[in-house]
Design a protein around this ligand. Sequence first.
Ligand SMILES: NC(=O)C1=CN([C@@H]2O[C@H](COP(=O)(O)OP(=O)(O)OC[C@H]3O[C@@H](n4cnc5c(N)ncnc54)[C@H](OP(=O)(O)O)[C@@H]3O)[C@@H](O)[C@H]2O)C=CC1
Ligand SMILES: CC[C@](O)(C(C)=O)C(=O)O
Ligand SMILES: [Mg+2]
Ligand SMILES: [Mg+2]
Length: 337
Amino acid sequence: MATLYYEKDVDRSVLEGKTIAIIGYGSQGHAQAQNLRDSGFSVIIGVRPGKSWEQAERDGFAVYTPDEAAARADVIQLLLPDEKQPEVYRTQIEPHLTAGKALFFSHGFNIHFGQIVPPKDVDVVMVAPKSPGHLVRRVFTEGFGVPALLAVHQDATGQAKALGLAYASGIGSTRAGVIETTFREETETDLFGEQVVLCGGVTALIQAGFETLVEAGYQPEIAYFECLHELKLIVDLMYEGGLANMRHSISDTAEFGDYLIGKRIINDEVRREMKKVLAEIQDGTFARTWILENQTGRPFMNARRRQEAEHPIEQVGARLRALMAWQKKREDVPVGR
Ligand SMILES: NC(=O)C1=CN([C@@H]2O[C@H](COP(=O)(O)OP(=O)(O)OC[C@H]3O[C@@H](n4cnc5c(N)ncnc54)[C@H](OP(=O)(O)O)[C@@H]3O)[C@@H](O)[C@H]2O)C=CC1
Ligand SMILES: CC[C@](O)(C(C)=O)C(=O)O
Ligand SMILES: [Mg+2]
Ligand SMILES: [Mg+2]
């Protein structure tokens, strides 16, 4: 059984009087910074001059370069893209990591795969929200929190776990539950989840379903509603009450089809592939591919972004969403780059 922490397990005093530098003001950065500030903690932002800097200033934060922020802070949370972290860490953070400071992460990639090796006399902690950043903020402002994972890689001060719990409480996660883990477990499960189920698996399933219907001559608009739009409504039911809750709400015809066909789609071949993907995450193959992709200017990523933007499901979806008045009102999750 997992060890879970809630509000009652938190001693917020360990973070009081300390300065937290959030390095990066993107998806996780803006959300964690604003939640921590609303929770009463002292937060500064470290980014390079540009769009994020201006946004963080508009949001009322004191903004510095990563270098200056790291010098001023006791707790430094690295919320830059994973592939940018090693260089910024080496040149701007590490020189200010004096004994007793704490270095925080929200994903274990760079520690687990040895791209960042902090000095032994600092705490190294991970608080990893199990949520996209914009929802870390939205759910907090609604009075709740998203679940998170907590791991301690180094406990130089004897307070690393307490600090992590106070931080998790500050972003709202101890309202939902914080699970204790290791950098290794978080890294491997997070990469597996996003590649196989949450992002890679779901988008490939949606596109394959859409393409099958359209190629068979059905209207793309109907294929879009069936394979993409309604997925959110189905997932909402699972989120609220598990698979059974969703199956309770759908028709018996749909439930019968679910049992009869689901395992023909996600069949033994797919499961064998899932195991191969997991092995490639565990043995560092994926990490090496991602690091090399970045070192060579992201040729694969750039091509795939272009191809995906041109997919008919995106064209038809944009047209249909524009006709749904409530879809236009959400401005907290920006679309496009
Ligand atoms: N996205 C998510 O929901 C989740 C992310 N995580 C983890 O959180 C961490 C942050 O990810 P995420 O929030 O997606 O990151 P983002 O891609 O949203 O981070 C972008 C931010 O980093 C800044 N930045 C980029 N390069 C540099 C640089 N060289 N120097 C200074 N600032 C820079 C950008 O500034 P500028 O505007 O100047 O470009 C911007 O503020 C990662 O470890 C990720 O794995 C964990 C759980 C979920
Ligand atoms: C599912 C993708 C994620 O792992 C996340 C939002 O949790 C990420 O890296 O963005
Ligand atoms: Mg994740
Ligand atoms: Mg991830």
